[in-house]
Design a protein around this ligand. Structure first.
Ligand code: KDG
Length: 326
């Protein structure tokens, strides 16, 4: 059994050679992006067995994605090649995604991955891991992609632990249903990652982690990311053998401060955080350590310009996570 299966679109990313408006940047360096494959790559680098499920075009960019992601040790044997649709690409400018200085230009409408649907994807292969990691980005790509997420988050005898990163990308939604769809999918997942800023932007929930938990009580584990401040996890203990018995009492929250680093680019940090949290979850570590491993992996991504950074080795991460906050 694979530890983690991640399903979603990946793209070739073009990183600017210098700061400035997209209109002014003269050249770009090629990288790879894709929230779910980023999670798979970080988990693979951290010693887990992972699989990435997706579609790419039968083109050079598709080759590059499959080779690069496979090069991280991720199983790419279930990635389908589409002879008719291209691999998606995107460009970005330097700067923080949350500020006006940051521009993202996607060229992914009609991409190979946007043609995913419950009929075209091997659902057994998607359910074959201990964890299935999905994100809200896929829901925005097409009606077929949304159907696929609904299918994979629905009850099923072989359903693994479903991890869902909300990843609200307003620029990708072609209608106004994004926030409600993201809430619907998050409610059906077992582990949910959401940023405080996303919860406000998508659902208008303000006031910190507790109001977000009140708005989203269903997932057994809810992780609220609070940027440079840290992250808070709400975890419901296992039901103790009572099938389907979901406690309604709110559980105490666990908060862990983020590491203080000189941020180069925030892109990919959320994915790395999710990978660190899931890695520690798979290893049965306590909640506080899951958050700490999330922060450690995020710190590596925050201090490099691309989506992906070499994460600390598992032994090194364990030593760092065990250090005191002081
Ligand atoms: O989390 C990083 C991703 O946002 C980036 O790799 C591109 O997947 C991407 C997207 O759809 O925005």
């Amino acid at each position: 059994v694979v530890d983690v299966v991640a399903l979603g679109e990946s793209m070739v990313t073009f990183l600017p050679s210098r700061p400035g408006r997209l209109a002014d940047v003269p050249s770009f360096e090629r990288g790879i992006g894709g929230a779910e494959s980023n999670v798979a790559c970080v988990l693979a680098a951290a010693g887990h067995t992972t699989r990435w499920i997706s579609r790419v075009g039968a083109d050079g960019f598709g080759d590059h994605l499959v080779e690069t992601i496979g090069g991280y040790g991720v199983d790419v044997s279930r990635v389908r090649r589409d002879p008719d649709r291209p691999t998606g690409v995107y460009f970005r400018t330097a700067g923080d995604r949350s500020s006006d200085a940051h521009e993202v230009a996607y060229y992914r409408a009609g991409s190979a991955a946007s043609a995913m649907s419950p009929d075209g994807v091997d659902l057994d292969a998607a359910r074959a891991g201990r964890v299935l990691h999905l994100s809200g980005i896929t829901a925005a790509l097409s009606a077929g992609c949304l159907d696929l997420l609904r299918k994979l988050t629905a009850p099923h005898p072989a359903r693994p632990l479903v991890s869902f990163d909300v990843n609200h990308r307003p620029g990708l939604w072609r209608d106004t249903h994004g926030p409600e769809v993201l809430l619907e999918l998050a409610r059906r997942a077992d582990v949910v990652f959401v940023g405080e800023d996303e919860a406000e932007e998508a659902w208008g929930v303000t006031g910190g982690p507790s109001p977000i938990r009140e708005a989203l009580p269903e997932p057994d584990t809810l992780v609220v990311k609070q940027g440079a401040h840290g992250a808070t996890a709400f975890c419901r203990p296992p039901a103790g053998g009572t099938a389907g018995g979901r406690a309604t009492t709110p559980r105490p929250a666990t908060t862990a401060p983020a590491l203080q680093v000189d941020v180069v680019a925030t892109t990919g940090a959320g994915d790395a955080f999710a990978a660190g949290f899931l890695s520690a979850t798979l290893r049965g570590l306590p909640v506080r350590d899951r958050l700490r491993h999330g922060h450690l992996m995020a710190a590596a991504a925050l201090t490099t310009p691309g989506d992906l950074a070499p994460p600390p080795t598992r032994a090194h991460a364990d030593r760092l996570a065990a250090l005191d906050d002081t």
